[in-house]
Design a protein around this ligand. Structure first.
Ligand code: ZN
Length: 240
């Protein structure tokens, strides 16, 4: 009940996202954080929410407003690179957002949404594919432990994933799932041919990468009868 699969659609064209969705059965309802409007998502059951990119010449208020205009009905919000501040939070509340997903709760078994003082509730991220399956530039602290299947299994064996108390938000990038990204270097060398013409390396299916964890999560969810829920759905039930 308490697994939220979310996607950040960075670098996905309309055609690549369409092809990827066709190839990827997803059980339940997910939340798609998007930097643009995708026609293919409009007819799905999934929640659609903005994924603003802040590194532009525009000011914060203009950026937030432009994404509100693109997604007038969205109630959830996650920025690219999890950019966030108190003043962003105040504006988000004014713009009518109820949920944000902007903090890392990596492998935190006690992950629960946290109501922020300025209104929205933060759905912290239990696992994010591009930061948690590898150690970019060896920049993580010495206690960092690479994500592995055991960390997924324990969610189900302890029955935490099946209960109501905890909410485990998974953040996947369709581009990493399509490429089955195993490392940052592989991503850099393979992303352009995928972005330009949807081409994926022949190695992708054979190696252990971002999609391996995604597949393992889906398999465990199926085995334990757990479907993904969107962030807005979980937030509605928790408020009720
Ligand atoms: Zn992003």
């Amino acid at each position: 009940m308490a697994i939220c699969i979310t996607f950040d659609t960075d670098h996905m064209s309309e055609s690549n996202l369409t092809r990827w969705l066709d190839s990827q059965p997803i059980h339940g309802e997910c939340t798609f954080f998007c930097g643009q409007v995708y026609d293919v998502l409009q007819t799905t059951r999934h929640e659609i929410a903005p994924h603003p990119f802040f590194a532009t010449n525009l000011g914060q208020t203009e950026i937030l407003k432009s994404y509100r205009d693109l997604f007038p009905d969205a109630v959830s919000w996650r920025s690219h690179s999890l950019v966030f501040s108190q003043s962003i939070c105040v504006e988000l509340q004014r713009l009518g957002y109820r949920n944000v997903s902007i903090s890392e709760r990596y492998a935190d078994l006690d992950a629960q949404p946290i109501k922020l003082p300025w209104g929205p509730t933060d759905f912290g991220i239990y696992y994010m594919d591009n930061s948690d399956f590898c150690n970019f530039n060896e920049a993580k602290d010495e206690n960092w432990k690479r994500f592995d299947r055991g960390m997924l299994v324990q969610l189900f064996e302890t029955r935490r994933a099946q209960g109501e108390e905890y909410v485990y938000v998974f953040d996947f990038h369709p581009i990493h799932l399509a490429l089955n990204t195993p490392s940052y270097d592989a991503y850099v060398s393979e992303r352009y041919s995928y972005e330009a013409n949807g081409q994926v390396s022949r190695m992708a299916a054979k190696r252990r990468g971002a999609r391996t964890y995604f597949d393992e999560l889906l398999e465990l969810m199926r085995a334990h009868g757990v479907s993904s829920r969107s962030i807005s759905d979980v937030s509605r039930t928790r408020r009720a």
